[in-house]
Design a protein around this ligand. Structure first.
Ligand code: CO
Length: 156
């Protein structure tokens, strides 16, 4: 495994639409392993493939309950709203209050191509929305209703 360079805001790669994964091969496994190590090194709860320069529909999330890998994810439904703080490893030092769905149902494939479904709520739902946006070239700032200082940030 290796820590990859995290692409920062301003790099056009973060504004592109990612393509679906077609091959569930060792290359994908290495990407996912590297993304995990990169996310952990940056103290993040999620990371999307374009953040390491790979324009494929892949993200990972670990809100402290173990990592889940989402390949070719699709948000099937959302419900409710939550307001809370948010940041992004591609926008270091910048934080804001966003409004996101409280509940999200997402289907995706794992690294072997098997389909699965997740019903997420709270921080998990927020992270899924944040990472899924990255796959369509959208940064969390587009959802910020109020900027906050770093010390006001909490992962809720
Ligand atoms: Co992000």
């Amino acid at each position: 495994m290796a820590i990859r360079n995290i692409v920062k805001e301003g790099d056009p790669v973060l504004n592109k639409i990612c393509r679906p994964v077609e091959k569930f091969d060792n290359r994908l496994a290495v990407l996912l392993d590297d993304m995990y190590e990169t996310m952990k090194s940056g103290d993040g709860v999620g990371l999307a493939a374009p953040q390491v320069g790979i324009l494929r529909r892949v993200f990972i999330i670990d809100i402290g309950e173990g990592v889940t890998e989402f390949v070719n994810p699709k948000i099937e439904s959302t419900r409710g709203t939550q307001e809370g703080s948010e940041g992004c490893l591609s926008c270091p030092g910048e934080f804001g209050i966003t409004v996101r769905p409280m509940y999200v149902t997402v289907t995706a494939q794992n690294r072997y191509g098997d389909q699965f479904s997740v019903n997420a709520e709270g921080l998990y739902a927020k992270a899924i929305c944040h990472e899924n946006d990255h796959l369509d070239g959208i940064l969390f700032k587009e959802h910020v209703i109020r900027k906050i200082e770093p010390h006001e940030f909490d992962e809720q």
